[in-house]
Design a protein around this ligand. Sequence first.
Ligand SMILES: Cc1ncc(COP(=O)(O)O)c(C=O)c1O
Length: 367
Amino acid sequence: MPASRPQPRPGVLDIEAYVPGKSKASGVAKIYKLSSNETPLGPSPKAIAAYRQVAEHLEDYPDGAASDLREAIGRAFGLDPDRIVCGAGSDDLLNLLARAYLADGDEAIHTTHGFLVYPIATLGAGAKPVVAPEKNFTADVDAILAALTPKTKIVFLANPNNPTGTYVPFDEVKRLHRGLPPHVLLVLDAAYAEYVRRNDYEAGIELVATTDNTVMCRTFSKIHGLAGLRLGWMYGPAHVVEAVNRIRGPFNVNAPAIAAGIAAIEDTAHQETSREHNSRWLAWLMDEIPKLGLEVTPSAANFVLIHFPKTKGRTAQDADKFLTARGLILRQVGAYKLPHALRMSVGTEEANRLVVKALGEFMGSRP
Ligand SMILES: Cc1ncc(COP(=O)(O)O)c(C=O)c1O
């Protein structure tokens, strides 16, 4: 019997829609939004100026190939611009990769606490998300390899991962790649790469350059402070770039985003200031929060995962309520199978100190 109304393809109604971080708290004079891993320092002033200039010409379509931006990214990283695709945020690119490489019945692997866009993109493409268990809140290469089946077409790995902040060293990423059949696409999502200060980390450029089945995705939403404009890019083998270019929207990146993106990637001094700020306050938060009796997962990114007790009055939900009432907005991460934790973005000095002070009061209060 034909259905009585249009039906979405199988999988679509299994998707739990992505819920962004909160940005409001009622009855509070000042809000400190620490729920979406945005930079507390904002974008480069040069990016804001470039954005404003384009506002004079909104009647013009953007360059559909984003050529100047791809060239600027190529110069910044020493990459061939022809192997770069830009997108409306890296979300756009993750979805395009899923649409290009997954068909009904295929499987895509992600890890237990992996970024939520992976199962959403996978189900949206009609395929099945397969979850590989983590160890110590960290992706486990052996578990990912054990989850491979003849139906696997993509492995998504956020490195560092959101919301845990943990990372997989380059040797392990290479071991993962070696264990994949050549037809399986390894998507290295390096949204937080700029913040990582570890000798054994590599975002993915080397693997993309030397293999035929690795793609690296990056974003302008984090260190570049352009989350509101929606801008990301990927670097991949020529054949993957060609496939993604065939299905992407012809003008998927808007003109203000292109202009601001070029100015942002060229302002290395602003990036360095943001990196320094993050290193200093990430270390401070990882030192201070455990002194309050709360466990923090070691983070290489611009946020920390704070674990709360399960006792009534001390739970992550209680803490969230307590902090929100003070204008301090963190992120509940139950949707990431972390119901007993909150994720906090590294904020301004003022915001970081206020959260630590409030958490001290919360832990010291009568449960
Ligand atoms: C791991 C990871 N990948 C990708 C993204 C998406 O970034 P964009 O704003 O570029 O879509 C995020 C954003 O939170 C993220 O945490």
